[in-house]
Design a protein around this ligand. Structure first.
Ligand SMILES: NC(=O)c1ccc[n+]([C@@H]2O[C@H](COP(=O)([O-])OP(=O)(O)OC[C@H]3O[C@@H](n4cnc5c(N)ncnc54)[C@H](O)[C@@H]3O)[C@@H](O)[C@H]2O)c1
Length: 340
């Protein structure tokens, strides 16, 4: 039996990962500071993790040290992080502190207490300026926005720890992850969650630009398969986790309408107020340059998954129709009790 620490365990991905690793018989230590995480995510049909999650910040030096001191942790999944782009742009200090210093605090303890491997939640958002597709792990234009830069820096420190102290860290660069527990009710929900929520309440969704922008997606179970596979392998590694298929906003919407049996025409808005719920990003000192906003909205993403397949013998199994059907089933159940 392995002893595994998961940070960000009350979030969308962390909670699903905890559930799978628990089902596989591992001993888990779960932490989350509940800044974005939710108790609802911790309740599964066959197990309730609510009382097992320690409320703790990954930056807490004393607390995190105690977690490592108290037991022989074999693997750490550092899934905690501040992910929403507008949150990172509105409060860069906090984003950098959590996403970079938080990881360094984990690495320090992993080093001291001889953890076998740290697996870091990284992102394909760092390919924001790359124009070669499908994008491979080893060569790309560096990003501009705060969020991908925090994850890029985190990777650099992870590599430094591996090179200097002989540790093992794998950074998995997730494509757009979707699956049950994706947060529909967040101020700025991910696109898949937003689209399902608006359709559920029979509202007209508003998409920015013309809806032809294409992104690659990965179903959460497929991501977890890879996250488990990478426990094997030593040293430093970065690996893309993508279905290597991308879909436009309009294509995704068409599939969701079909599954939900809805016939609502979407509205389209200009790029200029993409993050309209964050007025500070359009005025004053944090005003984002229009060209950068435009690039983010119209960004084309497609990651190459050959390395994950070859090195870790991994294959994504869930196609977009099946994945969306599962998310819709789960989200509609949750939305039943909400007012929208
Ligand atoms: N969802 C995606 O499409 C996607 C894509 C690429 C990368 N990622 C990365 O995967 C990770 C998980 O993403 P998610 O979609 O599950 O997001 P999420 O917000 O649902 O989960 C993140 C969890 O981390 C917790 N957390 C945040 N700051 C913390 C801190 N300082 N200490 C302890 N816990 C803290 C939050 O409360 C939350 O429960 C993030 O690091 C994110 O950057 C996600």
């Amino acid at each position: 039996m392995k002893k595994i620490l998961i940070t960000g365990a009350a979030g969308f991905i962390g909670s699903q990962l905890a559930h799978r690793l628990w089902k596989e018989g591992n001993e888990l230590v779960l932490i989350d500071n509940f800044s974005y995480g939710k108790v609802d995510n911790l309740i599964f049909e066959d197990h309730d993790f609510t009382n097992e999650v320690i409320k703790m910040d990954i930056r807490d030096k004393v607390g995190i040290k105690k977690i490592f001191e108290n037991g022989d942790i074999d693997y750490v999944y550092n899934i905690a992080g501040i992910a929403p782009l507008p949150d990172c742009q509105s409060d860069p200090y906090e984003a950098i502190d959590v996403n970079v210093n938080g990881l360094v605090n984990i690495l320090e303890n992993a080093r001291k207490y001889g953890v076998k491997k740290v697996i870091q939640a990284s992102t394909n958002a760092m390919y924001e300026n790359e124009k070669v597709f499908p994008t491979k792990e080893n060569k790309f234009e560096l990003p501009t926005l705060i969020y991908p830069n925090t994850k890029y820096c985190a990777e650099r420190f992870a590599e430094s720890y591996c090179e200097t102290y002989g540790m093992s860290v794998t950074c998995i660069r997730f494509a757009n992850v979707y699956g049950p527990h994706i947060d529909c009710l967040r101020k700025q929900p991910p696109f898949v969650a937003y689209m399902i929520r608006e359709l559920y309440f029979d509202r007209t969704p508003i998409f920015h630009s013309n809806g032809e922008q294409r992104r690659d997606y990965i179903y959460v179970d497929d991501l977890i398969d890879l996250a488990i596979a990478v426990q094997n392998g030593e040293g430093f590694d970065c690996v893309n986790c993508s279905s290597m298929k991308n879909y436009s906003v309009n294509e995704m919407y068409k599939i969701a309408c079909k599954i939900m049996n809805k016939n609502i025409q979407a509205d389209y808005a200009s790029d200029s107020h993409y993050w309209e719920k964050y007025p500070t990003l359009f005025e004053g000192k944090y005003k984002i340059k229009e060209s950068i906003l435009k690039n983010e909205i119209n960004k084309y993403s497609l990651c190459d998954n050959t390395y994950a397949k070859e090195k870790y013998n991994w294959v994504p199994k869930i196609d977009i129709e099946e994945g969306l059907r599962r998310v819709i089933e789960n989200e509609c159940e949750l939305l039943k009790n909400m007012k929208g």
